[in-house]
Design a binder for this molecule. Structure first.
Ligand SMILES: [Fe+2]
Length: 193
């Protein structure tokens, strides 16, 4: 995964109007491509060269390798969690069960995730993850952060770096965050669980 771009299951214009083709051209085509290229250069000849991306993100010390590996893994999870707006799904099975158990219902989860994403100061990510006790957690991570560094299983993420929404939403981060629910592929989130 760390040397390759993830294959998207949708065309660049298929997430419109939630995320435009222009945003994907920059966000996937340029930002993620840069992180992938930087990481490949940085790990060459180091102990990390043969490690998989999750292991690098979980174990690398703060610094260039972690920053680029984190951004590769975060963006892979971000881009692969989406599907076209009219293919919207709902959580099912075990995922639906633990959402109800830990948040009360899906609407409560959404509200907490939106709050984490909207109120995050600066660049970073809001995450839904499964903690070491098997409980769902929503957390804020700055910059390239990923809850995998605390041993959590990352399930769902909202990128709130400005590059993720400025073309489509300008400074209206809250509008971007609320719209993302329309393209979440909950079957993919269940697979991660
Ligand atoms: Fe991003």
């Amino acid at each position: 995964m760390k040397n390759e771009m993830p294959r998207l299951q949708y065309a660049f214009n298929e997430l419109e109007p939630i995320i435009s083709a222009e945003t994907l051209e920059y966000h996937y085509g340029k930002h993620l491509q840069t992180y992938v290229g930087n990481l490949a250069k940085l790990v060459k000849g180091t102990e990390y060269e043969t490690r998989d991306i999750e292991e690098i993100v979980a174990t690398a010390p703060d610094g260039g390798i972690f920053n680029n590996a984190g951004q590769v893994l975060n963006h892979v999870l971000y881009f692969l969690q989406f599907s076209a707006p009219n293919h919207g799904s709902l959580p099912e099975g075990r995922l639906a069960g633990i959402i109800d158990r830990d948040f009360g219902n899906l609407e409560a989860l959404k509200a907490k995730m939106e709050e984490a994403a909207i109120n995050l100061f600066g660049s970073g990510w809001a995450w839904l993850s499964l903690d070491n006790d098997g409980k769902l957690q929503i957390t804020q991570e700055s910059n390239a952060g990923n809850p995998i560094r605390r041993g959590h299983k990352p399930l769902l993420c909202f990128d709130v770096w400005e590059h993720a929404y400025y073309i489509d939403y300008r400074n209206r981060r809250a509008d971007y965050v609320k719209q993302l629910w329309n393209i979440i592929n909950w079957q993919e989130i269940s697979l991660r669980l």
